[in-house]
Design a protein around this ligand. Structure first.
Ligand SMILES: NC(=O)c1ccc[n+]([C@@H]2O[C@H](COP(=O)([O-])OP(=O)(O)OC[C@H]3O[C@@H](n4cnc5c(N)ncnc54)[C@H](OP(=O)(O)O)[C@@H]3O)[C@@H](O)[C@H]2O)c1
Length: 245
């Protein structure tokens, strides 16, 4: 793929993302958001992100997944995008083993309703049962329906404290890099809490309009946080922008 910044070059996408430095803070993993938007900031077309991307975006998406210890996704996106089990090809699995990582990243889901169907492939065909962060109230209501298909982690309160969930992923699961795949509402909470270390933004050459949320959408506006532009790749008219602290 063509790299435009920091210098022009032809790069191998998997190698490029694997070589990036992601030092985890002391008490939690490094948190990387990966999202695709249109030129005008749409994150979905007719409720799904699929209308924004294409083969080049899928290549980058897979390369970014290859660096993650855990892929964290909010339940709204898991349901809307009908997630399947996380997979990695043999070459990526070899690379990951050589780096001391599990061959396939673990999936973690955040939900307050626990409205998950553990008979669907994302749970039933997973390499390891996905971790599900939820509330004790939801477990009392729905725990029996889902416990067999996932690794349930419940905490008190109406919502999952994402900072605490990230700390648990670091200390209990040894995760150094957590990739967050959205959607906008969980991204908003993480942004408001200062828990984002890196943003990989695929910018699709489309004007979409419509009602979809921005990349990070929340209730509060904190002080803007500056990230540094680290890399720009391009293919098929898309830009793949990597920003980090
Ligand atoms: N363009 C892209 O790259 C991209 C990426 C991802 C998603 N999307 C799009 O974004 C849309 C979905 O995003 P969204 O913002 O509506 O929803 P979302 O962030 O994916 O999911 C929201 C849901 O996640 C759970 N959740 C989030 N934070 C939580 C917390 N702190 N505690 C407990 N539960 C929590 C809740 O699930 P429960 O309802 O189960 O309680 C909540 O209703 C879809 O259209 C999808 O296609 C686009």
């Amino acid at each position: 793929m063509r790299q435009l910044f920091p210098e022009t070059a032809e790069v191998d996408v998997v190698t490029a993302y694997a070589a990036d430095d992601r030092p985890p803070p002391e008490d939690r993993p490094w948190v990387l958001l990966n999202m695709i938007t249109s030129i005008d900031g749409a994150t979905a077309v007719d409720g799904l992100s699929g209308g924004l991307g294409g083969p080049a975006d899928k290549e980058v998406f897979r390369a970014i997944r290859a660096v993650a210890d855990v892929i964290l996704v909010a339940a709204g996106t898991l349901r809307a995008e009908q997630y399947g089990p996380v997979r990695a090809n043999a070459a990526v699995q070899r690379l990951r083993r050589a780096r001391g990582q599990a061959p396939i990243p673990r999936l973690a889901v955040v939900t307050a309703s626990l409205e998950l169907d553990v008979t669907t492939p994302v749970f039933a065909d997973a390499d390891r049962p996905p971790i599900v962060f939820t509330t004790t109230a939801a477990v009392a209501r729905r725990g029996d329906a889902v416990a067999s298909g996932c690794d349930l982690r419940a905490s008190d309160g109406p919502r999952v404290d994402l900072g605490a969930a990230l700390r648990a992923l670091r200390h209990d699961d040894g995760a150094a890099v957590v990739l967050v795949e959205g959607g906008p509402s969980i991204n908003g909470t993480l942004t408001e809490s200062g828990l984002v270390d890196e943003v990989c933004l695929s910018l699709a050459p489309l004007l979409v309009g419509g009602p979809s949320a921005r990349l990070a959408h929340g209730a509060q506006t904190g002080p803007p946080e500056a990230l540094e532009l680290r890399r720009v790749l391009t293919a098929d008219g898309l830009l793949f922008l990597r920003y980090a602290r």
